[in-house]
Write a protein that binds this ligand. Structure first.
Ligand SMILES: Nc1nc2c(ncn2[C@@H]2O[C@H](COP(=O)(O)OP(=O)(O)OP(=O)(O)O)[C@@H](O)[C@H]2O)c(=O)[nH]1
Ligand SMILES: [Mg+2]
Length: 520
């Protein structure tokens, strides 16, 4: 038997179960999102002499109960011992706090094992010696939660707050690296990350991705960091997105949606906006079934970016129409760009294109080389539209330098298609200047990712120069190692302009100025 008791001490619900369990019906959604407790505590009986179980803890977590208590019953139905537990307001630090398996009933009572899971379990006492003021306890808890919350607000502004999750078959260390990148993406999108979960599994659970234990851990992190959003690394299938949204009662995003969101924020030109809208529509359409609050965001939530809220109500047919109209318009823009390219080709002005991982310093390099003022900032995908500048060398030599959208590993397929027109600029290039961020811990992996994308796009035959940028961030040892690994590379500091003479010389020497073509 179980009672759900409100803060005035009134029983709101009486639940009668069988010998093994009670089933708590779906409760109305909690007030004011995630910061507060539900205002109900559960007291229930265990017919055997077992104390609070893992199941009880999960109920407390998922329902955000003020507390959960158990009363054990002897063979004659008389009360014996009472034990209770409540959630902890402190922010659980670090990921993977709970690798522990589900505990069996009774064990939770011993020791403070629950501490790092975000709840506290009190020792059992005889039922007539219970001495706890549940209201005072709850009040103190909510106070502390509110305080932790406002501290966090001060620390990271008022953006949305999210917990990042990676579940996969890859080694944990690799998943951590991917999460680092996801965290950078989140930062760029204006989302504060309040927790991370990494789990290595032999096989990913198709329905929910996360097992029940991890889902509980996620709930703890969200609750304590007051996160209204969960971001998964990788792509979620439509059904997974729905299941996770239901299970967590929070907005659920995957990496692709996050990238699309950033693109939507950064798109400025007509073509850029259309391309992003098309990618969003293509990715969103199969995910439109059912109610998913992630769509609020995806479909133009904050600040009205993206295709806009009203489109949410439109049916698939309209979306399909919209996609084909956008395709038409993009085709026109693409043709116009083609003409411009043809003119340049006729004039025999050689073209060099800056390519590279996002945030490597492509725009900064363009700025310093051509004394321009293109937007360069410490954000991923700051540049979406190709920008061209003329670059003059001595002896009347001149070339066109193009800045392009950055690459990222596992570039979502929808984006690749949508940005085809932009990336077409690259096909016409005589020389690719591959800018890499030498100061990034993952520089080698990023260089490889860029090279494999170039191969994918069949651009690997275009001559290229590797540029190791942000050289200023390295110590001598790191410089030596990188030089060894890439003897042909040109080391520069685009911010100060150091090494750019070397880059100019390399560009000049790679281009056949008589024919406007590159020396093979
Ligand atoms: N320390 C250091 N930072 C640099 C250097 N060059 C660029 N940066 C910084 O790196 C960040 C990214 O530079 P961008 O030029 O915007 O990079 P990008 O490759 O155009 O990036 P996206 O367009 O976002 O893909 C900025 O904060 C720059 O100030 C450098 O030589 N040294
Ligand atoms: Mg840029």
């Amino acid at each position: 038997m179980g009672l759900l008791i409100d803060r005035q001490g009134r029983a709101q619900l009486v639940i009668v179960g069988d010998t093994g369990a009670i089933y708590i019906p779906e409760l109305p959604r909690s007030r004011q999102g995630t910061a507060r407790l539900r205002g109900l505590r559960l007291v229930h009986t265990h017919l055997a002499d077992t104390l609070l179980s893992q199941e009880d803890m999960m109920d407390m977590l998922f329902l955000r109960l003020d507390s959960v208590g158990v009363l054990t019953v002897d063979e004659f139905g008389g009360p014996e011992r009472f034990q209770y537990a409540h959630l902890l307001p402190s922010v659980v630090s670090g990921a993977g706090a709970g690798e522990q398996e589900a505990e069996q009933g009774g064990r939770a009572a011993d020791g403070e094992e629950g501490e790092n899971k975000g709840y506290r379990v009190f020792p059992a006492v005889p039922w007539d010696r219970v001495d706890a003021d549940f209201n005072a306890l709850t009040e103190a808890l909510e106070d502390e939660m509110a305080r932790a919350l406002s501290d966090a607000r001060v620390a990271d502004g008022d953006g949305e707050r999210a917990v990042l999750v990676s579940v996969g078959t890859q080694p944990r260390s690799l998943q951590e690296l991917y999460l680092d990148e996801l965290q950078e993406l989140a930062r760029t999108a204006g989302i504060a990350v309040v927790g991370r979960i990494v789990q290595r599994v032999p096989q990913v659970n198709h329905k929910l991705i996360l097992g029940k234990g991890k889902l509980a851990e996620l709930e703890v992190l969200c609750l304590q960091g007051n996160a209204g959003m969960v971001v998964f690394d990788g792509e979620l299938a439509p059904a997974q997105l729905r299941n996770l949204t239901d299970a967590t009662e929070r907005k659920v995003l995957d990496r692709t949606q996050l990238i699309l969101d950033i693109f939507a924020q950064h798109a400025t030109s007509r073509a850029g906006k259309l391309q992003v809208e098309m990618a969003q529509l293509q990715y969103t359409m199969p995910r439109l079934v059912g109610k998913n609050r992630a769509m609020d965001r995806l479909m133009g939530g904050i600040g009205g970016r993206g295709p806009g809220e009203t489109k949410l109500e439109t049916d698939r047919r309209k979306i399909r129409d919209r996609i084909s109209r956008i395709k038409g318009e993009l085709e026109t823009l693409r043709r116009q760009r083609g003409y411009a390219r043809d003119r340049r080709a006729k004039a025999r002005v050689p073209v060099a294109a800056l390519v590279g991982y996002t945030n490597a310093g492509k725009s900064t390099t363009l700025n310093t080389l051509t004394h321009s003022d293109v937007l360069a900032e410490n954000k991923l995908f700051a540049t979406l539209d190709p920008t061209t500048r003329r670059l003059r060398f001595p002896q009347e030599r001149e070339l066109i330098l193009t800045d392009t959208v950055g690459f990222i590993r596992n570039l979502p397929k929808e984006l690749k298609e949508a940005f085809e027109a932009t990336l077409e600029e690259l096909e016409a290039a005589d020389l690719l200047i591959h800018v890499a961020d030498a100061g990034h811990p993952e520089v080698e992996r990023q260089i490889q990712a860029v090279e494999s994308i170039l191969t994918d796009m069949q651009l690997h035959e275009i001559p290229s120069v590797l540029v190791l940028n942000k050289w200023d961030m390295l110590d001598d040892e790191a410089r030596f190692a990188l030089r060894q690994a890439h003897p042909q590379a040109i080391c520069i500091c685009a911010r100060t302009g150091e090494g750019l003479d070397g880059l100019s010389a390399a560009i000049i020497s790679r281009i056949d100025w008589e024919r406007g073509m590159v020396v093979a």
